[in-house]
Design a binder for this molecule. Structure first.
Ligand code: EPZ
Length: 444
């Protein structure tokens, strides 16, 4: 079992270079399935657990893959249309192979992707799109089978601007007969990056990045060379790290335009943020002001930065209100922050954050961004914080502890075997009860 040990209170100074975006490279890897000719080559692929999982999924479908500074993916001979149950369960984004397989092979069989800590993560909008394109969909024993010899372009209105559904349907529509229009599409930068990759493969996509995307179907697609966009959430996480430790740093390679709401909120809190040619300069301050934040689909404030800002807001001199409108259970980090002395009260999708003195404690990551929030809180807390369940964090951050150590943090990853026990909860393990009740109980 591994834990991160953080001795807090050290300001961070220095420069970090962001990696390629996890949420861009995963759909792009899935899209490489569409190339019947040639191979696809990807630069700036971040070496993350989720990327390794997506690689396993593609290998199981017959894709040949060479890792390295430049990844080479060869999908000329696919050998299966069924993604392994355990891999879909491991990472929901594996479901993004459904659109490409349906479009290219006319058939696909996948297990229902499970929910996760932050919500039940339905896929109704994905399936609505595939049915609109002409697919026949069957459900049996936890599997979904979709079949259609040739998809037919049509208009699809998404009830929710779902990132995954927009991506899955866009990929399927590339090989449909005629034009497909996706309305109320998600506008995230990762969707534009996917569309650029697909157009490089010979697709004809216009409007990616807006709420209306038009896809003119083509007969076949070929491999292409593509550089993955920088990870705006990794960049935002390190911006908060410099702010919460009252340090100063430069985030190199990030596209500032992808972080407008994050930059705006940091400035509202009194953090100095300067958008420069090669990246973003951040200077922390002792006098942080409270702000209210509501997560929204892009270009609104990103839900993937909500937990990190909650940690930061405990240092603001006053009361802040955080509203999570995207996922129904994305406050799992609250009870863990409360264990560190954070004064947070939740009510449904709203969290009230008061100024708090954070003190190190034993805590557990519950999901990727909650884990990042606990690291940020540990960096700012007095004393020592121990964080468990690191696999959540490794899904989305490339060697976060060595990066933070290079900036002056006292942080190390320790591993030791699980103590033999009678199965009763070990020190530091505690049963998770949904955040609201714990937070309320603790503060009563
Ligand atoms: C993507 O997830 C990201 N993951 C998430 O990042 C991100 O939080 C999310 O978009 C929102 O920006 C990847 O790109 C791999 P959605 P996705 O479909 O596509 C509901 C991280 O930390 N919904 O836009 O699954 C859904 O329940 C991860 O990097 C339906 O109701 O998100 C949610 O409430 C976490 N029906 C909302 O829409 C559907 O068919 C947004 O989900 C699909 C979604």
């Amino acid at each position: 079992m591994e834990r991160l040990i953080i001795h807090g209170g050290k300001p961070l100074y220095g420069t970090i270079r962001v990696h390629g975006a996890k949420n861009a490279v995963l759909p792009i890897m899935a899209a490489s399935l569409l190339a019947e000719e040639g191979v696809s080559m990807l630069d700036e692929v971040p070496y993350l657990q989720d990327v390794k999982t997506m690689k396993e999924v593609l290998l199981s479908l017959g894709v040949k893959i060479e890792e390295g500074d430049r990844w080479v993916l060869d999908s000329r001979e696919l050998t299966s249309v069924e993604a392994p149950y355990e891999l879909i369960g491991q990472m929901r984004a594996s479901f993004l192979v459904m659109g490409p397989l349906l479009a290219r092979m006319g058939k696909v069989k996948l297990s229902f992707p499970g929910g996760c800590a932050i919500g039940n993560r339905p896929i109704d909008q994905h399936l609505k799109g595939f049915e609109a394109l002409g697919a026949k969909i069957r459900y049996e024993q936890g599997y979904i089978e979709a079949e259609c010899p040739k998809l037919i372009g049509t208009s699809i209105y998404l009830d929710i601007p779902s990132v995954g559904a927009t991506e899955n349907i866009m990929m399927a529509a590339c090989l449909a007969r005629g034009e497909t229009v996706i309305e109320n599409a998600a506008e995230e930068p990762e969707i534009t990056d996917l569309a650029n990759f697909l157009n490089g493969m010979g697709a004809k996509i216009r409007g990616a990045g807006t709420d209306t995307i038009r896809i003119e179907g083509v007969s076949h697609l070929h491999g292409t060379v593509h550089t993955v966009i920088p990870d705006r959430i990794e960049a935002g996480t390190y911006m908060v790290a410099f702010a919460i430790t009252e340090g100063e740093g430069f985030i190199e390679g990030v596209i500032a335009a992808h972080l407008t709401p994050v930059i705006a909120k940091l400035r509202e809190m009194g953090v100095y943020v300067s958008e420069e040619e090669r990246g973003i300069h951040v200077v922390g301050t002792q006098k942080l002001k409270p702000v209210d934040i509501k997560t929204l689909p892009y270009p609104g404030f990103p839900t993937d930065m909500q937990a990190q800002f909650m940690a930061l807001l405990t240092k603001a001199a006053g009361t802040s209100v955080l509203t999570e409108t995207i996922f129904e259970n994305r406050f799992m980090h609250v009870p863990e922050l409360v264990r560190m002395g954070a004064k947070i009260r939740t009510d449904g999708r709203t969290a009230i954050v008061e100024k708090s003195e954070l003190v190190g404690a034993m805590v557990q990551a519950t999901d990727l961004r909650a884990g990042a929030a606990l690291i940020l809180a540990g960096l700012a807390a007095t004393g020592t914080t121990e964080i468990g369940q690191l696999h959540h964090i490794d899904r989305g951050y490339v060697s976060i502890e060595s990066t933070l150590k290079s900036l002056g943090a006292e942080i190390e990853r320790k591993s030791w075997s699980e103590p033999e026990g009678d199965g009763s909860p070990q020190r530091g393990h505690h049963l998770f009860i949904p955040a609201p009740s714990i937070a309320r109980a603790t503060l009563k």
